[in-house]
Write a protein that binds this ligand. Structure first.
Ligand code: KG4
Length: 338
């Protein structure tokens, strides 16, 4: 049996997971609440919190999977992209642990791991994973991409944002409305109570499959500034409708390009991944597209939408099968593509 320990420390979540022959054994995540008061992730505080969390989190992951550290076949860790100081903690830990246990080390691209989260099995009979080739909409706080996936290690970016990511659009517009950080989940919740047709915001006109969200953020800001001149309570009175209309606009922008890619590439196997894939409106839009366009859709469990080590471990499992290991001199990278 191949037992992979996954380590994830690219941003503000410290996570460790065990995957046994592709089946989830444990997935432990320590969230860092220290950043909330600053309205965003503070890199140095994130690195320090990873240092505090990493050993207890790995310990828990091993215990919950009912194994001992000697049972582990290989260690997979997120090499990048992400915050360098945060990545260094996970990378150094993985190197040290693999040296102590004398087992292979596997470096993982965080973006590929998000895509491969769809292959995590809940039990040995779970065959719900996407079939190759499929399209994956990867939407998070740092990314908005349409990825064509031909195999575990063969992925190609078909379209991507030229400025802000979808998660940033949610978070920045939420901030303008005075909502707490991160704004995405708050907007989602308020949107369920509002009218999504009440306000209209401009959608970008860009060729191909690329995205742009900075214009939406600016037009949202100017719209509120003008309305607030007439009524100082405008945001408070319209919060739900503003959230519903904003959310609909972001989802429409995402799905218009994804639908175009699905048609042009003639692919109906379609997945979504990343933090924004937790959004209830986006999930519903996937269900609607499945009905209307005959898509076979793949929506991750909530625990695999945000940063987690289970996705790192499953990506590591497939690299382990391919004997694709890395050297102990490997260093993390802050920026990378797929
Ligand atoms: O993948 P992720 O955990 O990490 C980063 O890339 O940073 O994504 C976090 C992003 C944040 O922008 C957050 O606001 C957004 O995902 N997000 C959501 C929802 N849950 C998380 N956006 C909209 N609706 C949600 N329910």
């Amino acid at each position: 049996m191949a037992i992979i320990l996954g380590i994830e420390s690219s941003c503000d979540d410290t996570s460790a997971a065990i995957i046994k022959d592709g089946v989830i054994g444990s997935n432990v995540v320590a969230n860092q609440t220290v950043h909330e008061q600053y309205g965003g992730v503070v890199p140095e505080l994130a690195s320090r919190a990873h240092q505090q969390n990493i050993i207890p989190v790995v310990d828990q992951a091993i215990k919950r999977a009912n194994i001992t550290k000697e049972d582990i076949s290989a260690i997979a860790f997120t090499r990048g992209p992400g915050l360098l100081g945060s990545l260094l903690v996970g990378t150094s830990f993985a190197k040290g642990f693999s040296t102590a246990l004398n087992i292979p080390l596997i470096d993982i691209n965080h973006l590929q791991a998000h895509v491969l989260a769809h292959f995590i099995k809940e039990d040995a009979s779970d065959e719900s994973h996407p079939a190759f080739p499929f399209l994956c909409l990867l939407v998070s706080g740092g990314n908005s991409q349409i990825i064509r996936v031909d195999d575990f290690n063969k992925m190609e970016i078909v379209g991507q944002t030229i400025d802000d990511a979808a998660g940033e659009a949610f978070d920045k517009c939420a901030k303008v409305m005075g909502l707490p950080y991160p704004g995405g989940p708050v907007v989602d919740k308020l949107a369920t109570l509002g009218d999504s047709e009440k306000f209209r915001f401009n959608k970008p006109r860009i060729d191909g499959y690329d995205y742009s969200f900075s214009g939406l953020k600016t037009s949202f800001l100017y719209f509120l500034r003008d309305e607030l001149k007439n009524d100082a309570d405008f945001i408070e009175k319209n919060k739900e409708d503003l959230c519903a209309s904003l959310q609909k606009t972001i989802i429409d922008i995402l799905m218009d390009k994804l639908r175009k890619a699905a048609i042009d590439y003639d692919i109906r196997e379609v997945a979504v991944a990343g933090g924004v894939s937790a959004n209830s409106g986006l999930r519903q839009s996937f269900v609607d597209h499945a009905k209307q366009y005959g898509w076979n859709i793949h929506i991750p469990k909530f625990e695999y939408t945000t940063d987690n080590a289970a996705m790192v471990a499953i990506a590591g499992y497939y690299k382990y099968l391919a004997k694709d290991f890395c050297d102990k001199s490997v260093t993390p990278y802050a920026r990378a593509t797929i």
